[in-house]
Design a protein around this ligand. Structure first.
Ligand code: SAM
Length: 328
């Protein structure tokens, strides 16, 4: 029988973000610049181990899974993992966060395997800027990947743009316009301070982003996005377009009070909060042949460890791992 999982602050936890690798084919300046160290093959959870964790989590009431990384599409045979998760009773929604570089080839196989939808990271439409921000000039691959995802029926396709002052903030309107001209679902994310960027000094707040868009394009209408769920974005649309604009403000518009998630890192740690260092070691238990009941107890412990909110307002930033290593 499926249960429901609540943390100590009465938030229902029904969503698990799973990092399948800490490797990435891009080196974005705010995410993946500080270290080239990678986990070894043995350190990373096998697909059978991830599936077992999800099966146990599903019994506790988790019904949404997001695969992330690193870059999830660089892990070999990731579509096989999707199809394993698709077969687990209680899992209703499987999504992926990806940079889309590999989606031209992989969108269809992933859809066939049971992937429902994708969020695609894209910070600029300018090729030289893309190379400067992401370490590699693969903008064309990303744009083709976005089209491939749409054609494959991954729905909705959302884009995620981290807005950095003096770097890509002059493209906010170009992205917003895509929601009108091409029905894109664009989302803007505030830069979170982590080990690569502990001061988050290039942060542009969601309030400022909204002002920039409205100055150019008129009022943004609040929109009750059906696929928004309990996610962190506030959604809007601009008259005349079929797309949406989402604003995600982890720093200045903290949404911890509606948090519904926990994370599984590629090396098998349960992480109750992205922006806190606490972790529960699941991998050791999985490899010591722990029973399902023991794994479940570790999951309950991780959920019980969830704190009310992150500590960015006290300038306490997690220093242990960058976003690529945690699983963004
Ligand atoms: N490689 C995949 C991708 O690019 O979407 C998945 C992993 S990436 C870590 C997930 C998301 O985290 C991306 O949208 C990225 O822009 C975002 N991200 C990484 N570091 C961030 C930071 N410091 N602040 C805000 N968002 C960040």
């Amino acid at each position: 029988m499926t249960e429901s999982l609540y943390d100590s602050y009465h938030r229902q936890i029904d969503y698990m973000r799973i990092s399948v690798t800490d490797r990435c084919n891009l080196r974005c300046i705010y995410c993946n610049a500080s270290t080239r160290q990678h986990l070894s093959h043995d350190d990373i959870l096998r697909y059978e181990e991830i599936s077992r964790v999800v099966r146990i989590a599903a019994k506790l009431g988790v019904h949404s899974i997001r695969l992330t990384g690193g870059e999830p599409t660089v892990r070999p045979r990731v579509a096989e993992l999707v199809s394993m998760l698709r077969g687990i009773a209680g899992i209703k929604d499987i999504s992926m966060t990806t940079n889309a570089v590999n989606l031209t080839e992989m969108a269809q196989p992933l859809k066939r395997a049971g992937l429902d939808r994708v969020n695609i990271s894209l910070d600029t439409f300018r090729p030289e800027r893309f190379a400067a921000m992401c370490g590699v000039g693969r903008l064309d691959d990303v744009l083709l990947g976005i089209e491939a995802a749409r054609k494959a029926g991954l729905n909705p396709v959302k884009t995620n743009t981290v807005v950095l002052r003096g770097i890509n903030d002059d493209e906010v309107v170009d992205f917003a316009r895509k929601s009108v001209t091409d029905a894109w679902n664009v989302r803007f994310i505030e830069e979170m301070p982590l080990v690569d960027n502990p001061n988050g000094y290039k942060l542009v707040s969601v309030r400022e982003i909204k002002e920039i868009i409205e100055r150019e394009m008129g009022p943004m209408q609040p929109y009750d996005c059906p696929s928004g769920g309990h996610g962190p974005a506030r959604y809007y649309h601009l008259g005349g377009g079929g797309g949406t604009i989402g604003l995600i403000g982890p720093v200045t518009d903290c949404f911890c009070d509606t948090c519904n998630r926990f994370r599984l890192t590629a090396d098998g740690k349960l992480r109750p909060c992205l922006l806190r260092e606490d972790e529960v070691d699941l991998k050791s238990a999985l490899r010591a042949e722990a029973s399902d009941e023991e794994i479940e107890a570790l999951m309950l412990r991780a959920v019980a460890m969830k704190q009310e909110k992150h500590q960015l307002d006290e300038h306490i930033v997690p220093h242990g791992r960058n976003m690529r290593q945690i699983g963004g």
